[in-house]
Design a protein. Structure first.
Length: 222
C-alpha cells in the first residue's frame, strides 16, 4: 500500500494576505476605506487572527495603515508619491528589460508579441480594463524572462503602490494609443536583440506614465 502524505496547505494567514493584497491592488477596497477584521474574515472565509496577521504584513508593504482607536484602512497614495514610485520603477524596469533581452529566446519573443497584439485589439475596441491587464502581463513576462530576482521583488512592492494610478492614467485622452506605441517599441528592441534599445524604450515608457499622472493629478482619486 502506498504511503499517504499530508496534502500541502497554504497557511491561513498567507492565504488571507494574498487575497487581501489582490483586493486592495485591484480596487475592490478603495483608498482610505476602513478594513474591519470581522467583515474581512467573513468575506475571505478565514479567521480574525489570520486577517490581523495579513493587515500587519500589508502595513509593512505600505498598502494598509493603522490608526489608534480607529483600526486599519487602505493607505492612500498621493500623486506626488506615485511620481516618486514611478521614478524608481523607471530605473528598475529599464534594468529588467536589458537583462530580459540578454536572456530571451524565440518562445519569449513569441509570448511578448502575442500580448502586444492583444493590447492592439483592446486599444482599438476601447476596452481599457483588458488593455491594462495585458499591460501587466507584458511587464510580468519581461520580469520572468529577465530572471533578476532582486529587481523583480522590488518592482512587485513598488507596483502594488501605484497600480491604481497607473490604470487611471490610461484614461487620459490619447494615452492608450501612445502607450501601445511604447510597448511596440519595447517589443522591437526584443526582436532585434538590442539590450540598450530595450532599456531606453522601457525607461521612456515609464517616464511617459509619470507625465500622464502629472497631467491628470487633479482628476485622479487618491
Amino acid at each position: 500500500m502506498a504511503p499517504v502524505f499530508p496534502s500541502k496547505r497554504i497557511p491561513p494567514a498567507h492565504d488571507a494576505t494574498a487575497k487581501l493584497r489582490a483586493a486592495i491592488v485591484g480596487g475592490v477596497f478603495g483608498p482610505n476605506e476602513r478594513l474591519v477584521e470581522e467583515h474581512l474574515a467573513e468575506k475571505f472565509r478565514t479567521t480574525r487572527p489570520a486577517i490581523r496577521t495579513a493587515l500587519a504584513l500589508l502595513e509593512q508593504e505600505r498598502l494598509v495603515v493603522h490608526e489608534r482607536n480607529r483600526g486599519a484602512r487602505v493607505r492612500a497614495v498621493t500623486p506626488e508619491e506615485a511620481e516618486e514610485i514611478l521614478e524608481a520603477r523607471a530605473a528598475l524596469e529599464a534594468l529588467v528589460a536589458r537583462k530580459a533581452v540578454e536572456n530571451v529566446d524565440r518562445a519569449g519573443i513569441a509570448r511578448l508579441t502575442a500580448i502586444v497584439r492583444e493590447m492592439q485589439e483592446h486599444q482599438r475596441n476601447g476596452n481599457l480594463r483588458a488593455y491594462s491587464d495585458c499591460n501587466a502581463r507584458f511587464h510580468q513576462a519581461i520580469a520572468e524572462i529577465a530572471q533578476h530576482g532582486t529587481a523583480t521583488r522590488l518592482l512587485s512592492l513598488l507596483k502594488s503602490q501605484s497600480v491604481r494610478y497607473q490604470y487611471r492614467s490610461v484614461l487620459n485622452p490619447g494615452r492608450p494609443a501612445r502607450s501601445l506605441r511604447e510597448h511596440q517599441a519595447i517589443l522591437r528592441a526584443f526582436v532585434k536583440r538590442d539590450p540598450a534599445a530595450a532599456e531606453t524604450a522601457m525607461r521612456t515608457h515609464i517616464e511617459h506614465i509619470r507625465a500622464a499622472i502629472r497631467e491628470s493629478a487633479t482628476t485622479l482619486l487618491p
